[in-house]
Design a protein around this ligand. Sequence first.
Ligand code: NAP
Length: 266
Amino acid sequence: MPSYAIVGASRGIGLEFVKQLSADPKNVVFGLVRNPAGSTKLTEIKAPNVHVVKADITDRKSLDAAAAEVAKVTGGSLDVLVNNAALLPEGRTQRSLGGYGPDEQETLAEDLREAFNVNVVGVVHSINAFLPLLKKGSLKKVITLSTGTADVDFTLKVNFPITAPYSISKAALNMVVAKYAVEYKNEGIAFLAISPGLVNTSEKPPSPEELEVFKALIATFQKDYPHWNGPITPEESVKLMLKVINGFTIEQTGAFVSHYGNKQWL
Ligand SMILES: NC(=O)c1ccc[n+]([C@@H]2O[C@H](COP(=O)([O-])OP(=O)(O)OC[C@H]3O[C@@H](n4cnc5c(N)ncnc54)[C@H](OP(=O)(O)O)[C@@H]3O)[C@@H](O)[C@H]2O)c1
């Protein structure tokens, strides 16, 4: 019975991972969320192979408690950990580094620290909390959600200065994945950083300002990726990523790839 723990499963891509993985009754799927009572889209799945577990990735103790809960069900092991939880760009964190005015430099520092704390330190905590279980698992895979906007070549190609704190934290996260990969290759644990593509996970219609930013973003990307028709759905993204995840072996450990399994980010 392959076991999967999806961190940040209340909504968006994480929720979709739980849905698609639990559709196979052979899988045991753990959805880790900060607020189980408020994660109604997850709790209403009600499949016998889905377990809702409380954890906040900025709180190592809560991750240790979550790992203990998972171990109780699986007998001490975990096959695949999916690090999906993240602090996404929203409001002012969509800015470029130069977009913070002279009187906002401490705000910029705070945004950088906050993105780093959740997207880098939080993921390191998650991996460390689950490593003892992964060592006893049979598939031994750690999948970490990154983003094409953390790719230096992509950033330069499409001329993309915005979402700076987020992209910077995810670029650091790619190095986290590489560091774990080389450290644990001999133990057979494979680490992968994967971008889901640009995915529409918004739960409410965008404000007029957000819509303007979004339209400009699409126009920018389409200049270099004329085939690209705009954001994909969580269903499409997770389907593509699962194909990459299933085919990924220890030989590729440490890689940073797109939902197509290569460097095509859109
Ligand atoms: N959507 C895209 O276009 C896109 C593109 C590139 C990369 N990605 C990456 O794909 C992943 C999922 O993105 P998404 O669009 O599905 O995001 P989303 O809809 O904003 O969902 C984020 C998830 O992370 C959880 N989370 C946030 N902080 C957490 C914490 N401290 N502890 C535990 N859980 C926490 C949220 O839980 P709450 O409900 O409790 O807030 C939520 O379940 C992220 O890693 C993101 O960087 C997304």
